[in-house]
Every structure is written in C-alpha cells, then in structure tokens.
Design a protein around this ligand. Structure first.
Ligand code: SF4
Length: 292
C-alpha cells in the first residue's frame, strides 16, 4: 500500500477542487491533497458547518444550510467502507474528477478528520475516531495515516483527548493550525471567541504527548503580508512550544488557494511565502515545508 512520495502540481484541476461532496455521500469525500501527497479521504464531522473560528480565508459556504445536523455513526461507517473499497478496487480511478492522476487514487495516503467546520466540536469525537480506526484496521490499511486537521480550540476536551489517544494507536498525525503570533493578529485572521492563549496551551499540551505538525496559512491583509514583528512573535510562539517540551515535527506554510469571502484577504506571492518560510527556519530551526 505504501507508495513513494510524488510531486503533485498545484495546477492540477483535481488539486484545485477540494469540494467535500462526492456522489450522495454525507460524511466522507475523496480529494487529491498536496500536503497528504496523494489521495486523502476526508471525514466530515461537521456536516452542520459549525466552527469556533471564522477565518477570513474560510472556503466553507455558510450561506447554504448543512446536509446533516449530527454525525450518524452507522452511516459514517457504511460510507467510509464503501469509499475506501471503491478506491482500492479502482473505481475511483475511473471517475472523471481523477482522470489527471488515476494512479494516485489506489493508494490511500490518509483518512483525515476535516470538512466543513472544526472536527473537535463534535460531542462524541472519541466515538467517531473509534469507528474510523476500526474500519482502517478491518481493511488492512496499516500504512494509511489517520489525520486530524484542527484549529486546536477543542484539544483540551475529555472526549477529544480520548480520541487523540485512539489516533495515536492508529498511525495518527495531528495538524494544528497556527496563523498568528499575537492575540491581535489571531483576531484579525481567525476571528474566534476562543482566546489565543487557550489555542497555544492546547497545542503545547498535545505536542507534549506526541509530535504535531503546525499548519500555518500566511496571507496578505489589505495588501500587506504579515508584519515582521508579528512574524517574530509567531516564531517565538513556536520556540515556546519547543522549550515547553512540545514536539513539532514540521511546519506547513501555505497561502490562500481560492477566492476568500473577504476581498481584503488575498494570496501571497511565491517569493513572499518563501521569505516567510526562510525566516521561520532561521528563527526556530524547525523544518518548514512550503505549499505555494
Ligand atoms: S477553522 Fe477551518 S472551517 Fe473553521 S473558519 Fe477556519 S478555515 Fe473555516
């Protein structure tokens, strides 16, 4: 099942297309993801589109209602088994959406808790993880990672902590969002009622238990990239996590890929993003991967 990493160009239509609707499935969807380096099967625990952030770059269309109010575990299981088998048996490779990269659809790089909101807001996160981990094991997908893509606001909840431990035992990987170095910039970009301090504490506590990946979206706000003093503060937050005993496997730095709901929130140039990544490397010594 394991495949060598391949370069997946940002220009592929299937990479640009991150729609979370496939056929009539409600809780799962397939995407080709550059950061996953291939096929990622998304698990949408927020079909109600709930989130505790309101990021200026969020692509979730909240003008239209969600497709379900809560997660039906039996349906989640049925849909996941069907989609994983469909990929493994070659069915996904025959779909027009994947005709640029059919060879990538048979190797399931990861199953990712992601979707139309923040996965840790679901009240029974641990039960959801258990269902997905069971299916992964039953299908023999040992090398497939189980990824949590999170804004970290709910990482201190009891059911989430239990879920993280279940993920640890199932080849789990944890991608924690960090787009700012100060409360002010966090409120500008992520616009949350959750205090920045709590986000940082949750990342630190989680990273003390297992390595995490920091995923950071950098963008222009009103025509200007992140100010140097904010970038310095961001680097210092990373250093504080490491000094506090947290393990950061790497940083994923990326920028806006599609139009944002706020016209003043726009994409960085490749050079601007590379310059930010170089600063993070030099100020923290961490490995930084750029997805421009
Ligand atoms: S955390 Fe994700 S889902 Fe929530 S507002 Fe931000 S981008 Fe959207």
């Amino acid at each position: 099942m394991a495949t060598a990493p391949v370069e997946i160009k940002n220009t592929l239509a299937v990479v640009q297309d991150h729609t979370r609707v496939f056929q009539d499935l409600v809780f799962v969807y397939p995407v080709i993801s550059r950061r996953s380096r291939g096929l990622s099967v998304g698990v949408n625990l927020n079909p109600d589109k709930r989130c505790n952030f309101d990021c200026v770059y969020c692509e979730v269309d909240r003008k239209t209602p969600g497709r379900a109010e809560s997660v039906d575990l039996a349906q989640l299981r049925r849909e996941l088994v069907w989609l994983l088998r469909y990929a493994l048996d070659g069915g996904l490779a025959t779909q027009a959406k994947f005709n640029e990269v059919p060879e990538l659809t048979r190797a399931i790089r990861d199953i990712a808790f992601s979707g139309d909101g923040e996965p840790t807001m679901v009240p029974n996160f641990d039960e959801c993880v258990q269902v997905v981990a069971d299916v992964k094991r039953e299908l023999g997908l040992t090398d497939t990672k189980l990824v949590l893509i999170t804004d970290s606001a709910g990482l201190d909840k009891a059911s989430v902590r239990r879920g993280l431990e279940l993920m640890d035992a199932a080849n789990g990987e944890f991608w924690c969002k960090l787009d700012a170095g100060t409360e002010g910039y966090y409120q500008l970009v992520n616009r949350s009622f959750v205090k920045f301090e709590r986000i940082l504490r949750n990342i630190l506590e989680t990273a003390r238990q297992r390595p995490v990946i920091i995923q950071s979206l950098f963008l222009q706000t009103k025509g200007a990239p992140m100010p140097p003093e904010e970038l310095a503060a961001y680097c210092e937050r990373l250093n504080e996590i490491v000094r506090g005993g947290g393990r950061i496997k790497e940083v994923h730095a990326y920028t806006v890929a599609r139009p944002t709901p706020e016209p003043w929130a726009t994409k960085l140039t490749k050079d601007e993003l590379q310059a930010i990544a170089a600063t993070i490397r030099s100020q923290t010594g961490l490995r930084v991967e750029v997805f421009d």
